[in-house]
Design a protein around this ligand. Sequence first.
Ligand SMILES: [Zn+2]
Length: 483
Amino acid sequence: MNKFYITTAIDYVNDTIHVGHAFQKIAADVLARYYRTKLGKENVFFLTGTDEYGQKAEKAAKEAGLDTQAFADKIAKTDQRQQDSLNISYDRFIRTTDPDHLKVAQEIWKRVNKSGDIYLDRYTGLYCEGCEAYYTEKELVKGRCPLHPNLVIKKISEENYFFRWSKYKDFLIGHIKNNPEFIFPRHRANEMLSFAKEINDIPISRTNFSWGIPVPGDPDQVIYVWFDALINYLTGVGFLENNKFFAKFWPADVHILGKDNLRWHSLLWPAMLRSAGIEPPKTILVNGFLTLNGEKISKSLGNIIRPSDWVDKYGADALRYYLLRYTVLTEDSDISEEKLVQAYNGDLANGLGNLVARVAKLCETARFRQTSTRKSGHIIMEKKRYDRLISEYKFNETLSLVWEKITNLDRYINEEKPWELLKLPEGDKKLQNIESVLAHAVEQIQEIAILIIPFMPDTAEIIKNQFEAPEIISGKPLFPRII
Ligand SMILES: [Zn+2]
């Protein structure tokens, strides 16, 4: 691999993102930061943003008493601010209302049309405005969308443009079967294979509202929001605008998204790309959902936590750490503020923070001096396992590995008791012993700082600066205890 292109789901602008959405952005950020250290900054591209068209956005704007564009502007800004509060290092925050995206979406439409895959017909059936998606009777649960049991499902009948999705059935089945890395985790692929067998053509335009990208050649219709939204991954890396850049980064290496979006990404998206003559993405990584204190995070339950609510109290790195260490990325997990505080005090204040403070203080007391030879590249023993765990998206286990290192170093210091060595009468032996114990401790802390770069970037930077200085002195506590 010599480049890495990662995207997240782009969020609907009906509301600002909450901590559940943030989980996915943090995971994507870990991968982006990891590959930047491995491949160089210029060889990584990280795309996130907002999905702004569709009926849901239009409705939310109306309820807020705002013009739809003004409403979208407002939510896009707050979403971006939420991501910034977590130090999400995206290279572009794309909005589907961006002018370059309009051009790309229309261009893809034209290409798909040229392949003979678009035709006009009447759609009469069910539509969930929550999902912005078509449903069949048998997919409903008690007459409602399984993902939106609070919404009444709409019956619509519209003259729409259809995409010849069924034409790609065999291609999709073959692609999923022949590319074991295409859907991760793999068990989700079976689910998609059974969906693939039942693919029918779907409408890819809407007529009874206007908040969307106009269909080329038919301004009475707008492009169906999913068809338009998926194309953002092409726009993001300069499709049409910058051929060289696009050729460098496409196909995307990882699209990370929630399980509710898997069907569109693994079945509709590759079919659209195939029709337009573009290579499919390499891996679709499915993240699980978070619940808060055992409940779904939702407006109607009134339990929405914005990332910045917790960042303001505990810091971005603490929240990132908690969400990555105490969940399994690809499975559903339950989170709570109580458990966040426990992780903060236990692992960060008493663990990493205490270790760093302890070693810095010893270095200061012993007047330990760094030598240049000591700084130069040694091999991090755990690096191979660490790399493998990240490549398998096991971020919780990666952090466990780093925390093993923290525990080991703590134990080493307890056994070597450098504070007792400090009490010995002055002489060469005293100096040698202290030097070697501290040199080892400092080296280990420098390694820990390197290993936490993708997970806790600010903390990594602080530790690095403190322990690479010629003279190591005590700093402010990294994680003051929360009482
Ligand atoms: Zn729904």
